[in-house]
Design a binder for this molecule. Structure first.
Ligand SMILES: Nc1ncnc2c1ncn2[C@@H]1O[C@H](COP(=O)(O)OP(=O)(O)O)[C@@H](O)[C@H]1O
Ligand SMILES: [Mg+2]
Length: 366
């Protein structure tokens, strides 16, 4: 794939970062959605914004994409000031929403063609670009069917393709895999990795620790509008630990001894849920640690009932980083994404699709 058309232009104020935000705050009535968010990403890297539902991810994304004004704070995208030069930002930005902004009546090809035309491409160029992206996102077979008939994973890929039509320097993806099955998630990951390999800077929000770990060079963990941890994926993983070993022992008389055995496995403290009798401990070496734990417990004469090894969840990460579970409600995304917030330029665009079209239309150079 060719590199982004417009190289990232960096100014002094963004400190050489393709994405940079300083002290972003935003209130909705009584609700403080953002309480001073700072983040940055170097050109050509992936920044993961990880947090539970309601943490402030979409609000951050909307501010960085010029769809919402912050109450205070500043931000730069691809060297352009989000508040002073929103048009400049939009010209360099690809946005893919939490809810795929795809017109269901149009075919996949027509959706992409429309976006290309909105960016001011000639008909022939728009047709070519649509065909290229359909091939790249493995959508060729379904390209001429109405996108309303697409699976969730296909819609996300189409939405992602739409964000790339104009070869933006910076791409913002708001929970690109939420609600997808494992196959759809894996497909989307591959697409994002290809994008990054081509030199694009990506900001990706997610509720999945594993996803941030797979895709992001640096990660910002947010909760209740505040950054609670930041670092490289490796640094964060070192703090959170690897796969979780979970096991139950039948006899509560054996709890103390079991705790000691698990505690001796490595640097991470085991946790015991006394209600369920379930022990959990982060491991450094997954299956090897599991085998070692089982043989130690056998030697100690402790009968293990159930045992499981699983990648750390967002909850595990919050526990490890803050000592507390995530505060946001878990589960499917809330319904008020992209509300008509009454602040320009989104006042008239009530659906994600309209907002995207408006964003594209206003982002286009006359
Ligand atoms: N337009 C809005 N009106 C009122 N509250 C909002 C609005 N948008 C977001 N919020 C609130 O702000 C907080 C952050 O929301 P959001 O940025 O959507 O979080 P996330 O994307 O991480 O789930 C939540 O408590 C949410 O309820
Ligand atoms: Mg959101």
């Amino acid at each position: 794939m060719p590199p982004p058309q417009r190289p990232t232009r960096l100014t002094g104020q963004d400190h050489g970062h393709a994405i940079r935000a300083e002290g972003l705050t935003k209130r909705f009535g009584d609700k403080k959605a953002l309480a001073g968010v700072d983040l940055e990403a170097s050109a050509g890297t992936v920044l993961g914004v990880l947090g539970p539902n309601g943490a402030g991810k979409t609000t951050t994304v909307r501010i960085l994409s010029t769809l919402l004004r912050p109450d205070s704070g500043r931000a730069w995208m691809a060297g352009r000031d989000v508040l002073k030069d929103p048009e400049g930002v939009r010209e360099n930005l690809g946005l893919s929403g939490q809810y795929a902004a795809v017109d269901e009546k149009l075919t996949g090809r027509e959706n992409l063609y429309l976006v290309a035309r909105l960016y001011g491409m000639r008909r022939s160029t728009a047709r070519r670009r649509a065909a290229e992206l359909l091939a790249r996102f493995r959508l060729e077979d379904a390209a001429d069917k109405p996108s309303g008939t697409f699976s969730g994973g296909m819609r996300r890929r189409l939405d992602l393709a739409g964000a790339l039509v104009a070869r933006p320097a910076v791409v913002v993806l708001d929970e690109p895999t939420t609600g997808l099955d494992p196959r759809g998630r894996a497909d989307t990951w591959v697409s994002i990795q290809e994008l990054v390999a081509a030199g694009t800077t990506v900001l990706l929000t997610t509720q999945y620790l594993e996803e941030a770990d797979q895709l992001a060079d640096s990660i910002v963990v947010i909760d209740q509008g505040k950054v609670i941890a930041r670092g490289s994926a490796a640094q964060l993983k070192a703090r959170v630990g690897g796969e979780r070993l979970t096991l139950t022992v039948g006899n509560s008389q054996a709890y103390t001894r079991t705790y000691e055995v698990l505690d001796a496995l490595g640097p991470h403290r085991p946790e015991l849920d006394t209600r369920t009798g379930r022990f959990t401990v982060a491991t450094e070496r997954g299956a090897q640690t599991l085998e070692h734990a089982l043989s130690c417990l056998r030697l100690a004469g402790i009968a293990v009932q159930e045992v499981e090894l699983a990648p750390p969840t967002l909850d595990d990460a919050f526990l490890a980083l803050t000592g507390q579970p995530a505060t946001g409600p878990q589960g499917p995304p809330e319904e008020h994404e992209y509300p008509p917030a009454g602040s320009p330029p989104d006042a008239s665009a009530e659906t994600p699709a309209e907002q995207t079209v408006q964003l594209l239309a206003t982002g286009r150079r006359p």
